[in-house]
Design a protein around this ligand. Structure first.
Ligand code: HPA
Length: 273
């Protein structure tokens, strides 16, 4: 773990030389949502591959760069492209950028993803605020020695998603006339999609949307004491009784279609923060 601490320090030292900005808000852009980055008045754009110890994104739909700049009138650090367990990364690697950003002074994490809807009243292209999550990945990024300087051994998870930020986001969506749901995100490891029986199970245990990301980052963010707002773009709706494939192209196209609303909403949320 000492190794991990030293690695984070090395990455932070590098980034603090690359940018003068010291944002308090980080934004993680999910599958098909990297275009939100175009709205950032970027001061520094740093490819992950240049950052010491950063994992490198392998998914074609993810860009893989850290952007420091201004969005919605706030200084932000934005991750364009993230890491998934299904790509072969360890949970500690997936969450390494969150550790680095927390060490740089980030206090709030705005995290987005593409997810499959399990609530059959949802429609493809809808947005959902994450009110809580179910970790079904079988993994936990905090496994192993705890770095006490980072956070507690058994972090409290009674409210991983900030109620204040959820309220703020709901009001912002209402004022913009953007329909938004609130629901529970279940994280699975993927990369195979869920079977019909699994989909039925996920709904029965209380989930409204399913995806293959976000959970590790949120656990680490909570451990580090960050306030978290999670936003899912529902790219497909999974009805186990009339189950249809959701190919990646469709997931990406739907996420892209929903992006203008997501962009407007995220900018408005930032403005009000
Ligand atoms: N299942 C899992 N992950 C997803 C889905 C899905 O249906 N859609 C987008 N990401």
């Amino acid at each position: 773990m000492r190794g991990q601490l030293a690695k984070v320090k090395e990455s932070v030292a590098f980034l603090e030389k690359e940018t003068k900005l010291r944002p308090h808000i980080a934004v993680v852009l999910g599958t098909g949502l990297g275009g939100l980055a175009d709205r950032i008045k970027a001061a520094s754009v740093i490819p992950y591959k240049n950052i010491p110890n950063f994992p490198i994104s392998t998914v074609a739909s993810h860009e893989g760069r850290l952007i420091f700049g201004s969005l919605g009138g706030k200084t932000v650090a934005a991750m364009q492209g993230r890491f998934h367990f299904y790509e072969g990364y360890e949970p500690r690697e997936i969450t390494f950028p969150i550790r680095v950003m927390a060490a740089m002074g980030i206090k709030t994490l705005l995290i987005s993803n593409a997810a499959g809807g399990l609530d059959l009243s949802f429609q493809a292209g809808d947005l959902m605020l994450i009110s809580d999550h179910i970790n079904l990945t079988g993994q936990n990024p905090l496994r192993g020695d705890n770095v006490d300087a980072w956070g507690p051994r058994f972090p409290d998870m009674t409210a991983p998603y900030s109620r204040r930020l959820i309220d703020l986001a709901q009001k912002a969506a209402k004022d913009l006339g953007i329909k938004i749901h609130k629901g529970i995100y279940v994280g699975v490891s993927g990369p195979s999609m869920e079977t019909a029986a699994e989909t039925r199970f996920l709904r029965i245990i209380g989930a409204d949307a399913v995806g293959m990301s976000t959970i590790p980052e949120v656990i680490v963010a909570v451990h580090a004491g960050l306030k978290v707002l999670g936003l899912s773009v529902i790219t497909n709706v999974n009805d186990p009784d009339n189950y249809q494939p959701a190919p990646l192209e469709q997931v990406i196209a739907t996420a892209k279609g929903a992006e203008p609303n997501l962009v407007r909403l995220v900018e408005e949320i930032l403005r009000r923060m």
